[in-house]
Design a protein around this ligand. Structure first.
Ligand SMILES: [Zn+2]
Ligand SMILES: [Zn+2]
Length: 263
């Protein structure tokens, strides 16, 4: 059997209630099966606090803090101050997830745009990269990223939903794109971009508990399943898995500044 080599789940939500009954087992299983690190991503005030607590509890868990576009209407002054405080914790490696989601439309578009821009500004203030969620809003998102000078801090468009041209536009702004379980789906919309963009611009993720890869469709996703995204990318690009692991992990370590023996 092939020796397990390290991989990184750059986008997990293991603070979500879906993991309340077995969170410790899920974390142990992820590291036992070869993961090097997990980045847990906040979506609002409470989950950002829980992300930092998780990061505090384990050397190999890191956190991102921020307000998801769904919750942007709740981004008031106390919330902003709280996120700014949390961002200074040593295990916080990014502001996120932030962005625009016109598909679910849980918050008005103008509020989403305003809160997205404000959080990019906050990331710039702290010199941190951003984790960006975009759904049915790519043009507006790229405009805001450009206007807010994302190239100065870098970031990632997670669960990348765009075309190869969108991926290149992101790369031109010093942004990576992240793919997950959807790479294992037949005819996935993300495959053309995953094929086209330079490997140096790609990182991988689970977005667990969502977007469970084949062969576990219908079950809860978890960080250890990130390996299915790695092997799917190896197959799509026709590159050995070892090369994918090495390059993609280096990209994540560089983006989130996980070096200096942190992992
Ligand atoms: Zn997302
Ligand atoms: Zn997410």
């Amino acid at each position: 059997m092939r020796k397990l080599t390290p991989m990184i789940d750059t986008h997990a939500h293991i603070d979500f209630p879906d993991f309340d009954s077995d969170r410790e087992d899920v974390i142990r299983n992820a590291f036992d099966t070869g993961l090097k690190a997990i980045i847990n991503i906040g979506v609002d005030r409470e989950s950002s606090i829980r992300s930092v607590e998780l990061a505090d509890s384990n050397d190999r868990i890191f956190a991102a803090v921020g307000f998801h576009p769904h919750d942007s209407k709740k981004f008031d002054k106390p919330s902003k101050e709280q996120i700014a405080r949390l961002a200074q914790h040593p295990k916080v490696v990014a502001i996120g997830e932030i962005g625009l989601d016109y598909y679910r439309d849980h918050s008005p578009h103008d509020v989403q745009q305003q809160v997205f821009a404000e959080q990019i500004a906050m990331a710039r203030e702290f010199g941190m990269p951003i984790v960006v969620h975009v759904r049915e809003a790519m043009t507006d998102a790229l405009d805001i990223l450009r206007r807010e000078k994302v190239h100065e801090i870098g970031g990632v468009l997670h669960c990348f939903p765009g075309t190869p041209d969108d991926a290149q536009a992101a790369a031109d702004m010093n942004m990576l794109v992240a793919f997950g379980g959807s790479l294992t789906f037949k005819n996935s919309r993300s495959i053309p971009a995953a094929k086209a963009i330079t490997l140096d611009n790609i990182i991988l993720e689970t977005d667990c508990p969502f977007i469970t890869p084949v062969p576990f469709r219908g079950k809860r996703n978890q960080p250890s399943y990130v390996r299915y995204a790695y092997s799917a990318l190896a197959e799509i690009r026709d590159i050995p898995l070892e090369t994918i692991e090495k390059t993609v992990d280096e990209n994540a370590i560089r983006l989130f500044n996980l070096g200096d023996g942190a992992i």
